[in-house]
Design a protein around this ligand. Sequence first.
Ligand SMILES: [Zn+2]
Length: 453
Amino acid sequence: MNGAVLIRGRHVLTSATPESVTDGAVRLSAGRITHVGAYRELAARFPDDPVHGGPNDIVTPGFVNAHGHFSEALLAGMAEQYELDGWIRELIAPVAPHLRREDAYVGTLLAGIQMLRSGVTLVNDMFVCDPVGPEPVTPGVVQALDELGLRGVVAFGAGDARPGVEKAAVIREHEALEKAAAVSRLCRFRVGITVVAAQSPELFDQSVRMAVDGGHGAHIHLHEVREEAAGVRARHGLSAVEYCADRGLFDAPVLAAHCVWNSRRDLALLADHGVGVAHNPVANMVLGSGVCPLPELGALGVDVGIGVDGAASNDRQDMTEAVKTAVLLQRVHHLRASALSARDAFRMATIGGARALNMGAEVGSLEPGKAADVVVFDGESPALANVHDPVQSVVYCAGPREVKEVWVDGRPVVVGGEVTSVRTADAVARSREAAVSLVRRAGLADLSLLARV
Ligand SMILES: [Zn+2]
């Protein structure tokens, strides 16, 4: 499994310099990229390496899914009629106390398979649940990611504002996830904060200390909807971004999801503190939240990645859809075709997301020394039959059907379009039982034909 291989493509898109290699190849060995160059030269130099990919394929870095929630994996395709507040009240909050470790495990398998099949090699996740049961829930995420062979930055989306949730139980859940990630091959831990308003000032300050002193970094939602900045200001006299800066959260590496509604001061604070942003265009459109100001963030040098977000607010866990949608949303919002290019979106989905997660030195581009996270798009697919510009072909033409191979940490986790590490049919069947049980326990069977008796 860890023997060296060459991965060949008509086009190798690096997200580095040079931007692409024609008739190129990437050499992987022991989990690292060792060479990127002309296929003919590398094949001559390493004649014993097996060759993957093909002469018409497109080879890219793995996509970085910069924001998601495996906690929503069993809730796709229901309760579409709400904006964020109503959606949390009617769907997310009722489910949160009922999520168990088994749901975390099965849901992560289900959503993780979809991500891998859309070219994701690293997911930044925030599992949102109320830790009210006897067993920690979130280690199930790590177990499933390890089985799938999908790299993860894992967080528990913590809050203590809902009734029945005790601060001590929240801290225990963080600690259980941190422990699980510490012994995982592919996962690392971050401190999750759902939103500023979900935490007491005491819990928030403790989260800051964990993120800063523990060296973990943090994952938070910021300014997803217009009401958030105003609501936090009414309570604390500051916007949520200002509150985070004021309390010292930005002394840690922070990935903030959304950042749709920002004052000039908010934008300056994000830039000055090196906060990374995850843009989630499909979820922002599903919930009617708004349009992320990508031009302004870009002008300030903020690192921005693209996320699919959770399955309850973006029912497909499909990175190719999110990347294309990122382009389309900016164009229709600004009434300008130059508002965002395929090249911009491709970089955001790869090296941009890696940098936003403070992992730009390790993943996100095809360069010697980086982790061997690689995707092969099938050049024999009808959608990629005629590649006039490989970046536009990947962003506009390719979907999960064109994802032929995915390599994570030098191992083939998708081959021939199928996940190799787990049986997809088993995960699907198991998830159906889990979804029925979860929806019934949460009292939401009237929203689900599946769960209705
Ligand atoms: Zn989210």
